[in-house]
Design a protein. Sequence first.
Length: 235
Amino acid sequence: MIGLGTLVNTFTVALGGVIGVRYGARVPERVRDSVVKVIGLVTLSIGLSDLLRTDNVIFPLLGMVLGVIIGEMLKIDEALESLGSALQRRFASKAEGSSFVKGFATASLLFCVGPLTVLGAIEDASGGVPRLYMIKASLDGFMSVIFGSLYGVGAIFSAVSVFVVQGVLTLFGTGLDDLLVPRVELELYAVGGIAVMGIGLNLLEVAKIRLGSMLPGLVTTPILVVLFADGMRPW
């Protein structure tokens, strides 16, 4: 079934968020804080390992710089926060305020940024067993429990982001498969690793990185690879 992986991933994120909201208050604050810090460290490590896969660090570097410039000009981070605020006003209490927006934005970016989101869409579009999205669904579901306990209802609504982003990518899965030759895939992992590292740093509260502005880098980097990498030039 085409799109099965997206549906399963959406369900696990929503379910995990509900469990976290429902039972998270029973977990002591210090325990939740420590768990988030551990998740931040692991996220940072995953991002670094993906970045180190690059064949030429210039591509993810320039791709992300160009992407951030575009992202800031388009005010993507503000748009993401505005969407979170709109959902908060519609579905949550005023008391949740910034925690709703932070939970929605952080969880949405963590679940939707990264090479696995793109590679899983290609598999999901084939109609076969979506193994990559099944693995991702398990990981995201666990993370959603943590975010739900920490940020509240905002984490549940990140399931909407998962459904929309992965659903759209799955619709274009066949075309993505044609574009993602091994070299492009390699640098996509690398630039995705930079974004994932940014999420880890935010979770650790080491820095406040405007993650939404980094999203165009996932597009600009593959374009640079196609245009300038050896053996990839169309002319």
